[in-house]
Ligand binder design. Sequence first.
Ligand SMILES: Cc1ncc(COP(=O)(O)O)c(C=O)c1O
Length: 379
Amino acid sequence: MTAQPQIASPLEPVPQLDLSAQYAAIGAEIRTAVERVMSSQQFVLGREGAALEEEIAKLCGVTHGVGVASGTDALILALRACGVQAGEEVLVPPFTFVATGSAVSALGAKPVFADIRPDTYNIDPAEFERRVTPRTRAIVVVHLYGLAADMDPILAFAKARKLPVIEDNAQAIGASYKGRRTGSLGDLACLSFYPTKNLGAYGDAGMVVTNSAKLAERIRTLRNHGQSEKYRSTEPGWNSRLDEIQAAILRVKLRHLSNWQRARQSHAAEYNRLFSQIPGVMPPLAPEGFDHVYHQYTIRVEQRDALQKFLSQRKIGSTVYYPYPLHLQPLYASLGHKAGDFPHAERAAQEVLSLPMYPELRKEQIARVVETVAEFLKC
Ligand SMILES: Cc1ncc(COP(=O)(O)O)c(C=O)c1O
């Protein structure tokens, strides 16, 4: 019989995410890096940003990285670099953070939703055939919660239709699919370094990575006012540059990412082991050949809202990512969708719950979370 872990004191809060624990461990390194930037007095487009671009590209297994101001900008710039224009359509999943869709809308293009798979929460390529039209110009896939979308059928469809594929890799840095890193699977990939991400800055930041020198160059131009050389603009761009302080902080954190990733995976294995004894909870799926990095550890339960309240009363943090699928957001009312159009996304929005997950989480805290879920289900 395997030893059961100790359960954390019922009074100890278990937050869903605890960035202070991380800062306590690496604060000195971060302060040194920030001081280095202060001493250089170079704050925009300098050595730190260039080094980070190289390091992240290498991590993703591609040749180019272009630092930008946020993950949202990364998506907008990637779509623009692919030539998406007003009036055209882009296939996107309806179950994601709103930025995946609103980046398409920002260009005056239309997000066309393709439902997700109920087991992985990622876009279902079997849906593409009935959603594609002659106006479709690109496909955006999201590797939700840290799990890659099933890329082989997606890429086969895209190739047959000559459509570029953009990976929204905001949540899955370091993940892989059949031995290849997310970020290297499509034509371009977009990263977010929003503070809560697996690799998070101390503010907003993002990056586009690609194997195409041409697309990388275009994004470099677009992120800096369309300037192909200093003070000479060839097209309308804007300011979406990644600053040096964020780049320096991210470079420090990047050195820890693989350890943090292993810790997340070990926590997920512990949650899975304990949940395997508890009927009524669907733990996250990590299919064979997919290396899940558990940006979120997301379970599925029927009485989700009541469970969340029960956990909160016992000082256990949890979050619903995401309570509204995109097609039912007020933002997209003009598209004329109704409840029932994308049933898997809608059901996921009602049933998913992300539990505490961060590298510094302790085994006894995991045990307390699972115990409390079990207690709720017995009620
Ligand atoms: C799936 C997804 N896409 C896009 C974004 C947008 O990134 P950012 O907040 O850096 O603009 C996020 C994160 O917030 C995200 O989770």
